[in-house]
Design a protein around this ligand. Structure first.
Ligand code: CUK
Ligand code: CUA
Length: 765
């Protein structure tokens, strides 16, 4: 025994030895053939993730104009998912099934469907200023909306429309415990939905900041507990919440505090000139906890059904003041300890480090340098500033490292990332990127404890980085190693979906996504669907109210058939189809599409979805499963038959194309017995192990037991038909019995493989 083990170890050692020698010479060849340097290899080794490997972080990037959210792994930069948010997405059935249509309908503006979103800033929910991985919020700049994505299933659950703004930008950012989500306006407009001439810009146009209450219990924003703080008609920009010592305050940038109104067609200099004339704009500091008190005390005024707290009320209660900030600023980023906020002016080469303690000291002492035209007190720059640091031309956003006082600022004009120390003002490193960086992101970089390690540069232009694909280039996300003193560029990832603005990355093990829904689940409302249908309980009804008839289907899908296989309607009928995926096995999604109807559903295991449409054209419309789910996936089919109104059935029956006799039946019967023997051996193996310790296997076993139950039922039918000498039906029924056996065997083998690969042990009887 001992000797045998030794020989095996030697054999393995030897093969490893020769193997690695072969590898190293081959590696040299590959390097030469592809022109790779040692540095390239090192970068590859830091990002390459072998088959089956997992990433340490998951990044959630805005999908820009696609209105979606992009999920990718870090460091591999492999795209894992596009989460449909503001835009219909066929694969996920988003905007095609009734349940998700209802979510999109929440985002209608003035009753109109808005089929895209300009997504900018995703925010992960936080607990004690740390990412908790439960929810994600993302804004739509063009149509002032926020969406809630549940990270339990990576699906969009809610869209809210801001009732006061006609545009926004400074969202989504969350309070340290996700009580509120902030959304700041961008281009000022009247809060009421009415025409106000531009001549009344100063008096009637307004900016603002909305605080949306988040109800974590139900995972939804609550408009009835949300309110807006009115702001001057400056263009409010990015926002961030304070934490720890600065908890209770929020900070919002602005540009165009000149309040310039353009109009080149009337000979006025353009916005870009009028909005960049002054050397400074304003940072708005809002005591949001005080604002919540004022709102709850009824100090707001309802506008379009949601309360607005006036600037006057805010100022009277010392809950709003301004601080000058560098020309046309962009990002405002609060430090992990909550003590500082870093602001960059796009038209200034400095980053400004503000001290919360200093600005509060001036504010508490009532030490203001002036008031703006709306009566808001202004704390002077000198009284609030900790230091200013020359970081490069066109600084935009700043992210924090795990190392003390270390930050990274994106430098748009210079196409660089500048690493610097905000406690000393020292510049530590600069790295060129390709090209024109917007946001940047470090791992958990805007939480209370950034992880450092990697930085992603979200570059606006790719220019020559990838193979040309026409005038519209992909975006370029560059992965940078920031673990050492010097930044090292590792990888370029093209993003061809839209222009992402911000992204956030969370440690992957903080996420606990489900792999199946509870059976019959409406994933959009997160409740058991009233249309949940069990196996064997499928039904179709046609009811008429006068001339208006409705065909309603309660159906199921499971490998490899759709129940029902025929749906009959008359022209003019309304058809409602509810389908439940009976599968429990991981990744056994079925699709459902009907020719000519725009019906296209995605049914993940356990899910129930519905489709409603008018059968307005007579004809024969095949439907089928759109996911290659099983060997007989192509046979997962059926017909929607739309008959002319008042159609009289023709006499006769369906005639099978092929007839069967006793020999056919006996042959099928024998096949089934042989198949059963294989199944028994697989079942024998599974049940001899500790398979119950493996959740994915338990789910597979449940599915297999279902399939075997169906097999037994069809065996009984087949035997009854054979006893009655009806070999046509007996053969077909035995065939269906065999189909269920094959599926059970397929599932069983998958379970067996899983057990073998995951170290299941055979238990003593
Ligand atoms: S924004 Cu686009 S680069 Cu919307 Cu935060 Cu700065
Ligand atoms: Cu189900 Cu293909």
């Amino acid at each position: 025994m001992f000797k045998k083990t030794l020989t095996m170890a030697m054999a393995i050692g030897m093969s490893l030895g020769t193997g690695s020698a072969a590898w190293s010479s081959a590696l040299d060849d590959v390097m030469e053939a592809r022109g790779l340097t040692q540095k390239d290899l090192l970068a590859a080794a830091k990002t390459y993730t072998p088959s089956g490997g997992r990433d340490e972080y998951l990044a959630f990037s805005s999908g820009g104009q696609s209105g979606q959210l992009i999920v990718y792994g870090i460091p591999s930069m492999r795209i894992l998912k596009y989460v449909a948010v503001f835009t219909p997405e066929p694969w996920q059935g988003y905007g095609f099934d009734d349940e998700s249509k209802a979510v999109l309908a929440q985002g209608r503006i003035n009753g109109k469907d808005i089929n895209f979103g300009d997504t900018h800033h995703p925010a992960i929910s936080e607990t004690n200023a740390e990412y908790d991985g439960q929810y994600l919020f993302i804004n739509d700049k063009n149509n002032p909306r926020l969406a809630v994505v549940d990270l339990h299933d990576f699906e969009t659950k809610q869209i809210v429309v801001n009732p006061h703004f006609n545009n926004e930008h400074g969202g989504a950012f969350v309070t340290p415990n996700t009580d509120y989500v902030i959304e700041a306006a961008q281009y000022p407009a009247p809060f009421e939905d009415e025409y106000v001439p531009l001549e009344q810009f100063n008096d009637r146009y307004r900016g603002g900041v909305t605080y949306w209450k988040f109800n974590r219990e139900i995972g939804r924003l609550d408009p009835s507990q949300s309110f807006t703080v009115e702001m001057p008609p400056y263009s409010q920009d990015l926002s961030d919440f304070g934490k720890f010592g600065s908890d209770g305050w929020s900070f919002t940038n602005s540009f165009c505090s000149e309040r310039y109104v353009g109009g080149i067609e009337k000979g006025r200099p353009p916005y870009e000139a009028g909005c960049s004339q002054k050397d400074t704009d304003f940072l708005h500091a809002v005591n949001w906890k005080k604002a919540v008190e004022l709102y709850k005390a009824g100090k707001g005024k309802s506008v379009n059904g949601m309360d607005v707290l006036s600037m006057e009320t805010m100022v009277e209660n010392n809950a709003l003041f301004l601080v000058p900030e560098p020309k046309s600023p962009h990002g405002v980023d609060v430090s992990p300890d909550g003590k500082f906020m870093i602001v960059s002016g796009k038209l200034d080469s400095h980053a400004y480090v503000y001290s919360f303690a200093k600005m509060m000291a001036a504010h508490s002492a009532g030490k203001y340098e002036a008031r703006d035209d709306y009566g808001i007190p202004i704390v002077s720059l000198e009284d609030a500033l900790e230091r200013q640091v020359q970081v490069g031309l066109g600084p935009l956003h700043t992210q924090y490292d795990s190392k003390d006082c270390t930050v990274y600022t994106s430098i748009y004009v210079d196409s660089q990332v500048t690493k610097w120390n905000y406690c000393t003002g020292e510049i530590l490193d600069k790295l060129s990127i390709h090209y024109n960086i917007g946001h940047l992101m470090t791992m958990e970089g805007d939480s209370a404890s950034p992880d450092g390690k990697y930085l992603v540069a979200l570059d606006k232009l790719a220019i020559d980085r990838f193979n040309p694909v026409g005038p519209l280039h992909p975006q370029n996300h560059q992965l940078i190693d920031i673990s050492g003193d010097k930044m090292e560029l590792l990888y370029d990832m093209p993003i061809p979906l839209g222009e992402p603005h911000y992204a956030v990355a969370i440690k992957a093990d903080k996420l606990k996504p489900a792999i199946r829904y509870k059976s019959g689940w409406d994933s959009r409302s997160d409740k058991r669907s009233p249309y949940k249908t069990r196996a064997g309980r499928e039904k179709t009804s046609r009811t008429c109210d006068g001339d208006n008839c409705t065909v309603e289907v309660f159906g199921t899908v499971i490998r490899s058939h759709i129940t029902p296989e025929t749906i009959e309607a008359e022209v003019g009928d309304k058809v409602i189809i509810h389908l439940t995926n009976l599968e429990r096995a991981e990744d056994e999604t079925h699709g459902f599409a009907i020719n000519g109807t725009n019906v296209n559903l995605s049914l993940e295991p356990g899910k129930t979805v519905s489709a409603t449409f008018m059968a307005d054209t007579e004809g024969v419309f095949p439907y089928y499963c759109t996911e290659f789910c099983s060997a007989l996936h192509l046979e997962m089919e059926g017909y929607l038959l739309v008959k002319p109104k008042g159609y009289k059935a023709v006499e006769g029956e369906i005639v099978d194309g092929t007839t069967y006799n006793k020999a056919d039946y006996d042959k099928q019967y024998q096949t089934n017995l042989d198949t059963q023997a294989i199944i028994d051996s697989v079942v024998g193996y599974i049940t001899s192990t500790n398979f119950k310790d493996f959740a994915p296997v338990t789910a597979l076993v449940e599915d297999a037991v279902d399939q075997l139950g169906f097999a037994a039922a069809w065996q009984k039918k087949a035997e009854e038909s054979a006893a009655a000498n009806d070999f046509q039906n007996a053969t077909l029924q035995a065939g269906q019995w065999w189909q269920y056996q094959v599926k059970a065997a397929d599932i069983g083998l998958r379970a067996k493989t899983y057990l073998e690969q995951h170290g299941a042990v055979v238990q003593a009887k």
